[in-house]
Design a protein around this ligand. Structure first.
Ligand code: FAD
Length: 426
């Protein structure tokens, strides 16, 4: 293999480039990134960066020495628009075509929004540094009343940041209990209480019907808030979020945190399965020889059955060595390999107020939950999920040590269960 093109200059793309060198690839690496900068870390965007505690330079994933070591050719500010399956040529939006022996797909995901919410001044999503800059500017102009739509992790972190900035904030959530799908009803309810106890207004079971808007005015007439001019002529700005039940929540800033969609449109017609992400086997091989995928855009076969995307920081990092080995050894889809399969015990963390929430594994909302250390009442605990007596997950609030120990146990138990199941080799 003489040339590898990595599409996506984010966390997964950066780790793929590092892994290529670590695994001895010494020829040409080209990395294409749609954003106009080198890879940076996203988790601080909803936390320390939004609070103004770290500057942009601190978000960089690499320093000069690491960039020199990886020695890649970076093309930033350019979108890949097509992949030719026969020649593995990646076409860019400026007409450039890059032909290579191996392609790594690492294009991540983009924030989704609700119909009718785009193009209105004051309405934000949060995925990129540019989004975070715009949101930070809006939150620091006067004392805007902020409504966060969606009490998932990003919505929850933005609400906590607004609280830290001393802003009035309301969270609306369609589900009756926030995060119940991921953490189960008990821990989900505790996350809801966390907001309420910090004085954040929370409306669960709230369906958003739309927005009330007003013609844009530079002086923000009457509400003490000044507004940056929207780019669109005749644009309006948000004044309230409307509920399906007739409720109306006054808002100067709205943050939509309702999830993300994988960046796969550029792969249409490539022959890849791009239904909810790029379909891969358990070691990152796609249906096309010489093409692997990783990170938020990739949907990996799950050794427990089915397939899923893992939109977490650790997943992108853990998938990199495996996907790169798959590429360099020329493994084809479904052939498997000897590497430990990534994603067996997915992990993520979320920082809200002064609480760190951590989850490992893939529990179901219906799994039994048992506290192992601490207590739910104090919001200081480690608890385990079990299904028919089998450990399926570990969750903690502010108990890093105990969590790490049980996460290790979960990993061992999961490895044993997967290795004794027939799907393990796929
Ligand atoms: P990305 O980081 O999205 O990188 C993909 C890159 O590809 C982007 O730069 C994109 O512009 C580029 N791209 C897309 N399409 C194209 C194209 N056609 N051509 C060229 N380039 C393209 N995870 C946790 O576990 N804990 C946290 O606390 C946490 N906090 C988060 C907070 C925020 C605000 C966000 C947005 C994410 C957070 N995450 C967190 C998730 C974590 O950051 C992601 O899982 C991780 O960034 C995924 O990396 P990636 O490289 O797959 O995707």
């Amino acid at each position: 293999m003489r040339a590898v093109t990595i599409v996506g200059a984010g966390l997964a793309g950066w780790h793929a480039a590092r892994e290529l060198r670590a695994q001895g690839f010494d020829d040409t690496i080209t990395v294409i990134g749609a954003e106009p900068r080198l890879p940076y870390d996203r988790p601080p965007l909803s936390k320390r960066f939004l609070r103004g505690e770290v500057d942009e330079a601190r978000l960089a994933l690499s320093d000069e020495a690491e960039l020199t070591e990886v020695d890649a050719h970076w093309i930033t500010g350019r979108h890949a628009t097509r992949l030719d399956r026969r020649t593995r040529t990646v076409e860019l939006d400026d007409g450039t075509a890059i032909r290579s022996d191996g392609v790594v797909i690492a294009t991540g995901a983009r924030a989704t929004t609700l119909p009718g919410l785009t193009g209105v001044a004051g309405v934000h999503t949060l995925r990129t540094l540019a989004d975070a800059r715009a949101l930070r500017a809006a939150l620091t102009e006067g004392t805007p009343r902020t409504v966060v739509i969606g009490a998932g992790f990003i919505g929850a972190e933005v609400a906590a940041t607004c609280h830290a900035l001393g802003l009035p904030v309301t969270v609306v959530e369609a589900a009756e209990v926030p995060l119940a799908r991921v953490l189960g009803p008990t821990v989900g309810a505790i996350c809801g209480e966390l907001h309420r106890d910090h004085g954040v207004t929370m409306h669960c079971g709230f369906g958003v019907a739309g927005l009330r808007t007003a013609p844009y005015r530079r002086d923000g007439a009457g509400d003490g808030t000044r507004w940056k001019a929207p780019r669109t002529e005749g644009a309006s700005r948000v004044t309230a979020v409307l509920g399906r039940d007739g409720r109306e929540l006054a808002a100067d800033v709205v943050v939509v945190g309702i999830g993300s969609r994988p960046e796969v449109e550029w792969l249409a017609g490539s022959g890849l399965d791009i239904t909810d992400g790029v379909g891969c086997d358990a070691v990152g091989a796609t249906a096309l020889p010489g093409v692997v995928a990783l990170g938020d855009v990739a949907r990996y076969a799950d050794p427990r059955g089915g397939s899923r995307r893992h939109e977490h920081w650790t997943a992108a990092v853990e998938q990199a060595p495996v996907a790169v080995r798959t590429l360099l050894t020329g493994r084809s889809h479904g052939e498997g390999g000897t590497d430990p399969v990534p994603n067996r015990v997915p992990y993520f963390w979320s920082d809200q107020y002064s609480t760190r929430v951590q989850l490992a594994g893939c529990p179901d909302a219906a799994d039994d939950l048992e506290v192992v250390e601490g207590s739910f009442v104090d919001r200081d605990f480690v608890a385990v999920y079990r299904r028919r007596g089998r450990l399926t997950g570990v969750v903690a609030m502010n108990r890093g040590r105990g969590f790490t120990r049980l996460r290790r146990e979960l990993r061992t138990a999961t490895d044993r269960a997967v290795e004794s199941s027939p799907a393990a080799s796929t």
